[in-house]
Every structure is written in C-alpha cells, then in structure tokens.
Design a protein around this ligand. Structure first.
Ligand code: CAA
Length: 445
C-alpha cells in the first residue's frame, strides 16, 4: 500500500505574547510557579486586533504552499478544524481559500472544502479524513490542505484563562509524504461527556478539574483500543509520544498513566519490582478503594524512578517545548507537539527516519484517538525549513492592560476598536465587515 501522511507542515502563531509568570500571575495574585511548575507554561500567544482564525490559518497555509511550490491545482481538498468558528453555515475553509486566491494564480474551485468540529480532536479527524480520501483513490493525484486554527480564549476570570493561546497549523497531506506516514491502525476512547462545551457561545463553559479526569479516562480507553488492533505498545518502540497539550502539566499526568500501562508485564516492570514492587492488579484487592490507593502509591513511587524519568525526558518532554511558549491552540495543539518533538530531534542530530511516533489526540465532549506515525526520510529537511523560533521571538510582549484590551477586542459581545500593537508584514489581515455580515480580509505586503 502507498504511504500516506503529512508531507509538510507550517505554523502561524498569534503576533502577541502574554508572559504568564511575569505579567499575568501577579495581576491574578497568584504564585508564578503555578504557571511555570504546575501548569508548565511560560507564555500564551494572542491574536493582535487584525488577526483571527482565518488570518492565522491562511498565513500558515500561504507559507506552506510557497515553500513547497504548490499551486491551487495541487490541492483537491481544504479542511479547517476549529472550535472558534464565527459562522454556523459558511465554513472557515472558504474564507481561507478566498485569502489564498488573492496571492496565488488560479483558484480552488475544484477543491472540496469543509469544516470539522469535535473540540480539539477535530484537527486529527481532518487529517484522518484527508488520508482516507487519498487511500480511497479519489484525490486525482492532488493533496489535501488541513488547517487547525483556533483562538483559545476563556471568559475573563475563568480558571482556563491561565491556559489560553492562539495559532494555526497547516499541513499538506499527500502520497509518499516527506514528514510522517500515518498508521492505518487507530484506537478510540469516546463517550458523551459534559466537561467543556460552547453551547452557541464564544467562551467555553468548563468543568476544569473534571476535564482533566475525562482526558485521562478517554486516553486510556483509546490506548487499550489501539493495542487491540496494533498489538501491545512497548516503550522501546516509541521515539516520541506527542499528546494533545492543553497545558504541559496535563501531559505529565497522561504520560504517567501511559507508562504504567505500557510497562505492565514487561521486563521493565520486573526490573522496577525490586525498587517499588510490582504494579497493583485489581484481583489482588478486596475492593476498588484499596486497589486505587495501592495504584496511587505505586504511581508516586514510579514517578521518582530513574527508568521513568529517563523515558519521560526522552519521549515526552521534547514534545512540550513549543506549548510552553504558546499555551493551548486547541485543534492545533497535538500537531504542535509533534513538531516540537521533530524540532528537538533535528537540534540533537537524531537519526529519526523509520522510527515511530505514538500520537494521542483529545477533544472534550469527549474523545481520544491514538495512532502511530512513521518518520520519513525527508523529515529533517522539512523541519529545518520552519521558522518557529523566529516567529515566537518576534511576538510583541503585551502588558496586562494591553491584554485586557485585546481580550475585549476578540470578545464577540463587545465592540471595541484599538490600535494594533504590531504592524502586519507580508500577511493576511482582517479588514472589516461586508454587507451580509461576512468578515473581509486583505493581504498586506
Ligand atoms: N508551585 C507549583 N505548582 C503549583 C503551584 C505552585 N505555587 N500552585 C499550583 N500548582 C499546581 C497545582 O498543584 C496543579 O498541579 P496538579 O494538578 O498536578 O496538582 C497545577 O499547578 C494547577 O493548579 P490548580 O489546579 O490550582 O489550577 P486551577 O484551579 O487554576 O485549574 C485547570 C487548572 C483546571 C487545568 C484550569 O486551568 C482549567 O480549567 N483549564 C481549562 C480546561 C483544560 O485545559 N482542561 C484540560 C483537559 S480538557 C482538554 O484537554 C481539552 C482542551 O484543550 C480544553
């Protein structure tokens, strides 16, 4: 079977940066270490007043098409995944295509366009749809543009305000990809949950603590389901495990559970037994409570072992470096985690071609999905071509007062107009409203 997967990727961060420990924490009367150590975050990226999900998505896609020398005729499908859409009918992908048609010759009239919604997992679902469209032979030699774009803002005062972010990831999905091939095997953990939702409202209603538990429960189900089709996962088989990262502290919790699961009944469990005992099994206990107490005790001990620390430092920590600086990009977040890992590998001269990534996506409401990806020969050249560091460094560092204004500018219930903090340069910008309430865009040279 022909390899299908991600040929190229580009990101576009919101042009503003909110420093969490320095600027945000003191105003919230909180210890900066809650951010740096607890949540694992340094900063959130924010959209300037002329940015939104369309500009960020179109800017990422523009960079990607330019760099890969792609023309509109090479694109047979444009899917946008977002949970920040502003229209219940007209999909964001049509706006993005309109933007791209301003700067490329030709048009996307023969590309199938859509919008995917299932909270943060929609980016991965769009990727999956694109791969299936190609595997089904319906692509006529063309590839698919998948764009995950979000302004992950919470209501002022909500606990989620600590984890905000804004940015887009654009991916080109094709046969014989340069970056990663996606496995056909995948596992799901899906249930009707009420942890995070936006019932026709811009900012989410969130049960934060519960959302953390739901993430872990669904991810565990997805891992079991994945293993039922792909066989048991062993730590030695996985170079990196990029997970959906609402904040790095969440992945720290998920990694712990995953490690316990994938080391059960392995030589690693035997090796650890001398130091911390064997993993508790339900059949060894009279009731659930005693079993769960024993599990907690085992996990506490496991966390401090050299084996776990080494695995975490090699397999998980490198996936979190960009998230630490940008916060949650919702649908783009797991794709940012993959990119962080590959960037780390490049910076450390790793020979990664042929190795496996275990990718864990999650969307509230709730669903987790796991699949494997095989890194392709062209990966290093692809990652080298990115300018993520320059983008992050050139963000404008906002004061708390500017943060308050920017949050209001992006609040759909408010009509606030402020001077932008930055000057657009070679990018699409929001240019006001059209006669039917549509949003208008233009390219600024
Ligand atoms: N030093 C070190 N650590 C500190 C600290 C300090 N001074 N102060 C607090 N901490 C630690 C806490 O112990 C805690 O860590 P643990 O959970 O490991 O104990 C962490 O920092 C966060 O502190 P709190 O729990 O007190 O923070 P909070 O009450 O403000 O809420 C939250 C945290 C629930 C995640 C909140 O930010 C939230 O609601 N976020 C939005 C929802 C979310 O992201 N959920 C994640 C799963 S759902 C999902 O993944 C989908 C999605 O993208 C939204």
């Amino acid at each position: 079977m022909t390899a299908v997967g991600i040929d190229a990727v580009e990101v576009w961060t919101g042009n503003l940066k909110l420093d969490l420990p320095e600027t945000f924490a003191p105003q919230m009367d909180e210890d900066p270490e809650k951010y740096t150590k607890g949540l694992g975050l340094q900063a959130s990226s924010f959209p300037d007043s002329y940015e939104d999900i369309v500009t960020m998505g179109a800017n990422a896609a523009h960079r990607l098409m330019d760099r890969k020398g792609l023309e509109p005729d090479d694109v047979g499908r444009i899917d946008v995944a977002t949970e920040s859409a502003f229209d219940n009918s007209k999909p964001v992908s049509t706006y993005v295509a309109g933007c791209l048609e301003e700067v490329f010759d030709g048009d996307f009239h023969h590309a199938n366009k859509g919008e995917r919604k299932f909270a943060c997992i929609a980016g991965t679902q769009s990727l999956d749809d694109a791969c299936n469209w190609i595997r089904a032979g319906r692509n006529r030699g063309r590839g698919a543009l998948v764009i995950a774009t979000d302004t992950a803002l919470y209501a002022r005062g909500d606990a989620g305000e600590a984890t905000q972010g804004a940015g887009a990831v654009a991916m080109y999905i094709d046969e014989d990809p340069d970056l990663v091939e996606l496995s056909v095997e995948q596992g799901y953990g899906s249930a009707d949950e009420t942890d995070f939702l936006k019932p026709n409202q811009q900012f989410p209603s969130v049960d934060g603590k519960r959302s953390v538990q739901v993430y872990l429960a669904r991810m565990r189900e997805a891992l079991e389901d994945y293993e039922s089709v792909a066989g048991d996962v062993h730590p030695d088989d996985v170079a990196y495990a990029p997970f959906h990262t609402p904040f790095p502290g969440m992945v720290r919790k998920a990694a712990m559970l995953a490690y316990r699961h994938i080391t059960r009944d392995t030589a690693i469990e035997d090796e650890l037994a001398a130091e911390i005992g064997r993993q508790p099994r339900p059949e060894g206990f009279d009731d659930d409570e005693a079993y769960h107490d024993a599990l907690r005790e085992y996990m506490d001990a496991l966390k401090d072992t050299d084996q776990y620390r080494e695995w975490y430092a090699e397999t998980i920590d490198p996936t979190l470096s960009i998230a630490r600086e940008v916060g949650n990009w919702y649908t783009g977040s797991v794709h940012v985690a993959r990119l962080s890992a590959l960037k780390h590998a490049l910076e450390n001269d790793e020979e990664l071609a042929g190795q496996q990534l275990l990718v864990g996506s999650y969307g509230s409401g709730a669903q987790a999905e796991l699949h494997a990806e095989t890194v392709q020969e062209g990966w290093a050249e692809e990652i080298e071509a990115l300018n993520v560091d320059e983008q992050l460094e050139s963000r404008y560092d906002i004061t708390f007062e500017e943060y308050e204004e920017i949050h209001d500018v992006h609040n759909h219930e408010m009509d606030v107009d402020i001077e932008a903090c930055t000057t657009p340069d070679g990018e699409f910008v929001f240019d006001g409203w059209g006669r039917m309430g549509e949003r208008e865009y233009r390219y600024v040279e």
